[in-house]
Design a protein around this ligand. Structure first.
Ligand code: HEM
Length: 421
């Protein structure tokens, strides 16, 4: 059973492919067409994500589809130094330690620092939504984390449209299968995103007015001393955070809302039962991780599950398949909103690169679900809704999530057809 990450069936239901892989194929196998090793199984995925000796992050964000010479020439200007997710030791340990010192990583600290901010953003978007009888909830799912991550970094919200477009193009270049023509355009967007971060950070560093948010905190930590952090490293950390911070959470929010709205009882429980809310968030991350594949490269010849992977091999680490491993979960393909052992999921990775923003993402998911379920108890998926994801080897995000108010007059929703689930 081949995993074709750009095929229509995979982008409609990737879990069906993981199920067949786990049942029939070797969990560690080489796909000659993709030129990539596929890693499935909970133990294997956790091992690779945690093993920073035999596997490198240096090419984690290198495009999975080879880029044209023209696009490659453009990308030469994306000269961000290695930090956090793109770095190996020693840069990784140093830059991650700085992020951990400045960035709340526990639920309590995240709530203290960002609880009010996230609630304000959610309320604002919910008020907009209340004005509409039909809507695409992915608008909400995208705009919440996008505005929050700009607030967290201390970047102006007026830049949201540009930042969204550049980051989307960057993701299409890295995890998609674009034509050479599209690659060229996406390469320009990727460089524009890097220049945006670099120019904002450099202007603040040079003026001495470091400003608010994480960028201000990083510049104060730097304290004019490149031995602490260089200006380029601060900009690269901003790029890391803006890239990692919104698309992932937008994907997760789409999955969480989709699953919640399939059943009016589930939706009602989220309004006033905090335990159910927390279980729903974790089961969403297990069942439908918004990053379900992640790229690593072996640094040495390494044996995994009895299979030898040569040095220098690119690996697609199938987080989604790990989260659906029947050796770990009963009925893994069923979304069980009351599952109590979902928390072993690998949606936020594992080991030294474990997600810095997990507490922030969980805060955003819980605040959004609770608020929408309270304010819009009569929300439901549009008749004829069919789940479809944007094509990607890594990010699993709905193309749209059409909803209607149950008391609103039924209107057909554009682009949907077929039977309700
Ligand atoms: C549901 C939402 C999210 C998911 C599923 C997610 C997933 C992940 C995963 C799988 C990794 C590990 C990458 C690796 O092993 O190479 C990671 C790392 C990271 N994430 Fe998230 N993430 C989410 C939200 C966020 C947010 C909101 C931020 C914003 C601060 C963020 C910032 C980061 C950073 C900076 C890293 C790199 C950490 C390091 O390399 O040490 N993430 N994330």
């Amino acid at each position: 059973m081949r995993l074709d990450p750009f095929s229509e069936p995979y982008n409609r239901d990737p879990a069906a492919t993981w199920r067949r892989m786990l049942a029939t194929a070797a969990p560690v196998s080489y796909d000659p067409e993709l030129g990539i090793w596929l890693i499935a199984g909970h133990d294997n995925v956790r091992t690779v994500l945690s093993d920073t000796t035999n596997f490198s992050n240096a090419t984690t964000l290198a495009p999975v589809t080879p880029v044209s010479a023209a696009a490659d020439a453009v990308l030469a200007a994306l000269d961000a130094p290695p930090v956090a997710v793109t770095a190996d030791r020693p840069h990784h340990l140093r830059t991650r330690a700085i992020l951990r010192a400045l960035f709340p990583t526990t639920a309590v600290r995240a709530q203290q620092q960002w609880g009010a901010l996230v609630q304000t953003r959610v309320d604002h978007l919910a008020t907009d939504l209340e004005q509409q009888s039909t809507a695409d909830l992915m608008h909400f799912a995208v705009h919440l984390p996008l505005s929050v991550i700009l607030d967290v970094l201390g970047m102006p919200i007026t830049d949201a449209t540009d930042v969204r477009a550049w980051t989307d193009d960057f993701a299409r270049l890295v995890w998609g299968n674009p034509t050479p023509h599209a690659q060229f355009a996406y390469a320009h967007s990727s460089v524009a995103l890097w220049r945006y971060c670099a120019d904002a950070v450099t202007a603040r560093a040079e003026s001495g007015d470091y400003g608010c948010g994480l960028i201000g905190d990083l510049l104060r930590y730097r304290n004019h001393d490149d031995a602490n952090l260089t200006v380029a490293e601060v900009a690269a950390l901003a790029l890391n955070i803006v890239g990692a911070g919104w698309q992932t959470t937008a994907g997760a929010l789409g999955h969480a809302l989709d699953q919640a709205l399939t059943d009016p009882d589930r939706w009602a429980r989220l309004a006033d039962d905090e335990h159910s809310l927390s279980l729903h968030v974790e089961e969403t991350l297990r069942h439908s991780p918004p990053i379900d594949g992640w790229l690593r490269q072996s640094t040495t010849e390494v044996t995994l599950d009895g299979v030898t992977i040569p040095a220098g091999s690119r690996c697609l680490v199938l987080i989604g398949a790990a989260n659906h491993d029947p050796a770990v979960y009963d009925q893994p393909y069923v979304f069980d909103p009351l599952r109590t052992r979902a928390g072993q999921h690998l949606a936020f990775g594992a080991g030294p690169h474990y997600c810095i923003g997990a507490a922030l993402a969980r805060l955003e998911l819980a605040t959004a679900l609770r608020t929408l379920a309270r304010r819009m108890p009569n929300l439901s998926l549009a008749a004829g809704y069919q789940r479809q994801f944007r094509p990607s080897v890594a990010l699993r995000q709905h193309t749209s999530l059409p909803v209607r108010r149950r008391d609103a007059r039924r209107c057909p929703v554009a682009g949907t057809a077929g039977r309700p689930r």
